[in-house]
Ligand binder design. Structure first.
Ligand code: ADE
Length: 265
């Protein structure tokens, strides 16, 4: 997959693609990466890429000519690529968009700066607008890195373990189960014994259960928006019974038991 970033700060990307999985994916030719300096396409001798907004108002707008020149140069290098504008007004980036992008031939990622980009660029040169969340960054560069990072690790063969990406949080609309590594006891807290048991069926069951528990506690919306498997329904039903039993047993201690025994007045 081919990533081309259009930016006025191309140097920001060197440390990004010179480290970790991204670097390895480049070395293994799973991805190719490059940054085009939008300033190189400015038409004046000072290489100006921004200007005041028509109609007045504060802030500066990215001029259309340098961006158009940079996009055309990127298209020449990678004609099959999808052209994305990074903007807080875009479609929200998530794991399913990452998956969608990972299957493409390439992305041309246009990083806006200042107050925004001349509307004629958005309208005539861009295929899709993407936001990485409801907050305003000083530019699209970090958003471009987020997208490259999330899409690259989903490209087959990029991650080491054969199923590392398949078991990710969100890949099945649930959060990933809890993880432990050595030492077995850390600051008096022990690794759950089932993980040391060698019983793979029990370990899988425990993982599914911790995955469901943390999704329920941290991101209930994910469970509400997805059909449950029969095994998941069994687990949830068992919790209901366990909770009902706790409430029932507590009520045997008297009417105040459930309020912690606190009396009014
Ligand atoms: N540029 C500024 N803020 C952004 C955001 N939240 N997502 C994508 N690009 C941006």
């Amino acid at each position: 997959m081919n990533f081309i970033v259009l930016t006025i700060f191309p140097e920001m990307f060197n440390p990004f693609w010179e480290h970790g999985i991204i670097r390895r994916a480049v070395n293994q030719e799973k991805i190719s990466v490059s940054a085009i300096d939008v300033r190189d396409f400015a038409e004046d001798k000072h290489h100006i890429t921004d200007d005041r907004p028509y109609g007045g108002g504060c802030g500066m707008i990215m001029k259309p000519e340098p961006l158009a020149g940079a996009i055309r140069a990127a298209e020449k290098k990678a004609p099959l690529s999808k052209k994305i504008l990074l903007t807080p007004q875009g479609r929200r980036f998530d794991q399913s968009v990452a998956q969608e992008f990972a299957s493409l031939d390439g992305l041309i990622l246009v990083c806006g700066r200042y107050e925004g980009v001349d509307e004629r660029i958005c309208h005539d040169f861009i295929d899709d607008e993407i936001s990485i969340g409801d907050y305003i960054l000083t530019g699209g560069e970090l958003a471009a890195m987020v997208i490259i990072d999330a899409a690259t690790r989903l490209i087959p063969g990029v991650l080491g373990g054969k199923d590392s990406a398949e078991k990710d949080s969100f890949s099945d609309s649930v959060l990933e189960h809890a993880h432990y590594t050595r030492p077995r006891i850390f600051e008096d807290v022990e690794v759950p014994s089932v993980l040391l048991s060698g019983n793979h069926k029990e370990i899988e069951k425990w993982r599914l259960e911790t995955s469901l528990i943390r999704t329920f506690l941290k991101r209930r919306d994910l469970l509400e928006n997805r059909p449950l498997s029969s095994q998941e329904i069994e687990i949830l039903k068992k919790w209901c019974l366990d909770i009902e039993k706790i409430i029932h047993d507590q009520s045997l201690f008297g009417p105040d038991a459930l309020s912690g025994g606190q009396q009014e007045g």
